[in-house]
Design a protein around this ligand. Sequence first.
Ligand code: HDE
Length: 699
Amino acid sequence: MAKTFEFESSVGDGGETHQRVPKKADHASGEMHLTTNQGIRVSDNQNSLKAGERGPTLLEDFVLREKIFHFDHERIPERIVHARGSAAHGYFENYKSLADITKADIFQRAGEKTPLFTRFSTVAGGAGSVDTPRDVRGFAVKFYTKEGNWDLVGNNIPVFFIQDAIKFPDLVHAVKMEADRAFPQAGSAHDTFWDWASLMPESTHMLMWAMSDRTIPRSLRMIEGFGVHTFQMVNAKGKVTFVKFHWRPKLGIQSTVWDEALKLQAADNDYHRRDLWESIAMGAFPEWELGIQAFDQKFADKQPYDVLDPTKIIPEEDVPLRMIGRMVLDRNPDNFFAETEQVAYCPANIVPGVDFTNDPLLQGRLFSYLDTQKSRLGTANFHQLPINAPKCPVMNFQRDGMMQMAVPKGRANYEPNSLSAHGEEGGPRECPMTGFTTANAVTGEDEQGGKLRVRTELFADHYSQARMFWKSMTENEQAHIASSFVFELSKVVLEQVPPRMIANLRNVDEDLAKRVADGMNLELPKKAQARREVVDMKPSPALSIQKKMKKTLDGRKVGILFADGSDPAEIKAVKTAVEKAGAVAFLIAPKVGGAKVKGGAILKADGQLAGSRSQLFDAVAVVLSEAGCKMLMTEAAAVQFVMDAFGHLKAIGASDAAQPLLDKAGVVADDGVTGLGKDFIAAAQLRFWAREPSVRLLA
Ligand code: HDE
């Protein structure tokens, strides 16, 4: 046979011909053999079956057809919302018995660990969209408890845009890419979103959060999580307590600044996904504490808001968090598709001891998720996929359906039955004592009233908590919120929309409304009519990110820029100090292969300058010789590196010889601009908010 080209076989036989030459030992050697999905060994994974060397491919080539068939169907519909996600395995460790509040098994014993799988997501963008748009983050946890799966499907913001599930499709249609043009991807700064939002005053509180730095997090490891709705917990005696769930990151909450988030979209599309993966891979396991706010009906009745309203929070100052356990994410998925993509969360997955409330948004969600899973995963048996399967026995009379994996034995597929009297397996039976009972049935509360399409009156207060949020921010955070409104509304072409939004904002705070109007060069519009009088609630400092940011380098990343002639001892000293403080030190040079440092040795870099922008780091050190600095002053990437670090309010530590580069980048000395010693390590733990007015015109 003529030799037409050479190839490398997947089993590495390096054959001289283009035909796979079988090795003698193939069948006996115990090597890993390639097979079809039917288990038939494949002899040649490089050539399809043809009639003659240059002839047509044959229909009988089942190896080819099966391989291409499977490939053609590799994608499943992405989630309609929260399509872009990253996940990890881990465990929940219960601190001590919570039996006073709940009978849920997971909370009964101190130190008990329950396996879990947590998926973080953005909301609006598709599965391939960037990680750092301004967007809410999903925070969904599947606890594989001994009593079945409990899914706490929350967000990184404690309130939501709407009060009733019937508005959800409108919200999602409005925020996602526009129907005719299919852009913008993954961002709310466009006509249809603000058209809708400005007509929905109930979204105002959530908009305040969405325009704050909460929606541009530094890392998924540094976001808070919230169950959003009020849930109930039920103890063994049937006593019901209302609860709100909170996740608090051990590394502290930390955000980026908007310009940084925008530039991150170019610097690394997968910034959050990579950060989560790399931290877990290196053993720096992200951790959160789970806290609850527990309260009763008496407390609920006294508040100026309805605890069933998902556009409201309960200030922590009124009901402090009780920390009940911690979540550690300690294992990356083995396979993104099988786990992260196929995981199916559902707020209706609940265990005895936890229960829903009548929050009308939650009630709608209880329907939606099961429905979406069938459409996405194609079968009612999606619960049998390994990532979704409970780790406790599952026994019932449900049968068949597409992709049935279980092989139930016997005739018992109905109940009641008396098959056991005949010596046959009768199957499982209901369990009134330990089975799930709805809290209402336990407390004897009855629903009352006719069937009405209404909302209770307190739901009509759309502004009091939005105002409380505004008043709880630092000045710099307020400036960020006002500026985000300006940024987003400036992208809106529909002329009627920005004034309508600003008219709503006048109910939140006159100064905010004025700053947004000024930022857009618009007249202040007439104030929108509020349905209920706005109540002045006490500010809640716990809502501010800046007030509670942790001064730490733990879990952070510091970029160290060097070049030919840099002093290796200086580089080493900074790197060691950074690592000692708990951060990752990342060496950057013009060439990744390294630079010839003082003394003539080559020091390898972790990243090349053009591909390692300063957005990727929490602080930067610039260790240069005079010659190295002179060279880098002609490299825009180096100037930009320093300029962005300064503009993003980060610490910059520099060797004396690097000063001309700092000057060229417009760096002006302040507390965040230091030498390379201890002062740099201290500064690197902070962001320099006070610097911002000198680098950016904020609204
Ligand atoms: Fe979701 N939501 N949602 N949602 N949601 C989905 O389920 C829905 C809401 C949240 O990582 C979908 O499996 C309705 C609030 C997260 O896989 C879908 C309503 C909160 C995730 C769905 C809401 C969330 C979803 C799409 C209004 C915070 C991603 C794919 C009644 C408390 C979970 C899927 C993951 C996903 C419906 C509102 C959080 C369509 C109808 C409020 C974190 O079923």
